[in-house]
Ligand binder design. Structure first.
Ligand SMILES: [Zn+2]
Length: 291
């Protein structure tokens, strides 16, 4: 029988001390351990952050993960806030996650359902760190917390409060350092989450070797070549239709109706563009926006 943990805002959860092998998704684990050129490994360890040295740049297949499944991994933002630093090369090494600004004590949530693998102070710079392992095969890291609200091996549901934001470890100012890892190797969290719009980008995530290059930008910016490699391309350009503004200088005696008809527009459009009413008195010499 496990220990019963009482949440402050929930009823209870069972802390199960039985020996768990760490495999949340048997199908993915089979592909990773049996069907690749290199047998990848994945340990369940409550004391070590990332135990394996899996080189995922040698991953043979593209593995399709569902990151918004109704049964297990309903998505929830870990923390809604301003992005203060992105996944990139920084200070001579890769910044393996994304930084979200917060105030000390702000709640940090589980992004998906899963199990707590690691929940304690980390001397390597993370400060108070929570690592969750999810059914979709991913792990999420939450660093620099002021308070840890979960226990190793505890089950969590997406949206559960797991910790409070802070400034512990190697941190200069309160923020959440959030990482997404697959078989111990980090990928750009922006592959999955739009941190500006604060939504999931897509319920599908295609995991391939190209994701694991340090500083890799989201998949959109890569092109898959026939030989299986990927090359960086320019981000897709979004064409915004711009309206060429046009102005007319009001002359004495002009009426809105006349101006509108001379410029193939309507009175209501002119009123909208200029913030005026059809009954507004036009002053000669004033500039009126036509388009
Ligand atoms: Zn960070």
């Amino acid at each position: 029988m496990g220990k019963i943990i009482v949440y402050s805002n929930k009823t209870w959860a069972l802390y199960n001390p039985f020996k768990f092998d760490g495999i949340m998704n048997a199908r993915i684990h089979k592909i990773m351990t049996e069907e690749q050129d290199f047998p990848y490994s994945l340990t369940w360890n409550n004391d070590v952050c990332f135990g394996t040295k899996n080189d995922l740049s040698k991953l043979k297949d593209t593995i399709w993960l569902c990151v918004n499944d109704e049964k297990y991994q309903d998505f929830h933002m870990p923390r809604k806030g301003i992005v203060t630093s992105r996944y990139k090369f920084r200070d001579g090494r890769n910044h393996n996650g994304i930084d979200i600004g917060l105030n000390i004590g702000d709640t940090v949530y589980a992004t998906w359902s899963g199990k707590v693998r690691y929940a304690k102070f980390n001397n390597g710079g993370f400060g108070n760190l929570i690592i969750l392992r999810h059914f979709n095969g991913l792990e999420t890291y939450h660093a620099h917390l002021s308070k840890i609200l979960v226990y190793p091996d505890q089950d969590v549901k997406s949206g559960d409060p797991i910790g409070l934001g802070g400034n512990t470890g190697h941190s200069f100012g309160p923020h959440l350092h959030f990482e997404v890892r697959f078989y111990d190797q980090p990928m750009n969290p922006e592959e999955i989450i739009d941190f500006d719009k604060k939504v999931l980008k897509d319920e599908n995530l295609y995991v391939h070797a190209g994701l694991f290059r340090p500083g890799a930008k989201p998949t959109d910016y890569y092109e898959n070549k026939p030989d299986g490699t990927t090359t960086a391309t320019k981000p897709p350009v979004v064409k915004v239709k711009t309206v060429q503004k046009k102005y007319y200088q009001v002359k004495s005696g002009d009426t809105l109706t006349e101006i509108a008809s001379r410029n193939q527009t309507t009175v209501s459009k002119l009123c909208e563009l200029n913030g005026i009413k059809p009954s507004s008195v036009l002053q000669a010499g004033k500039s009126l926006r036509i388009k």
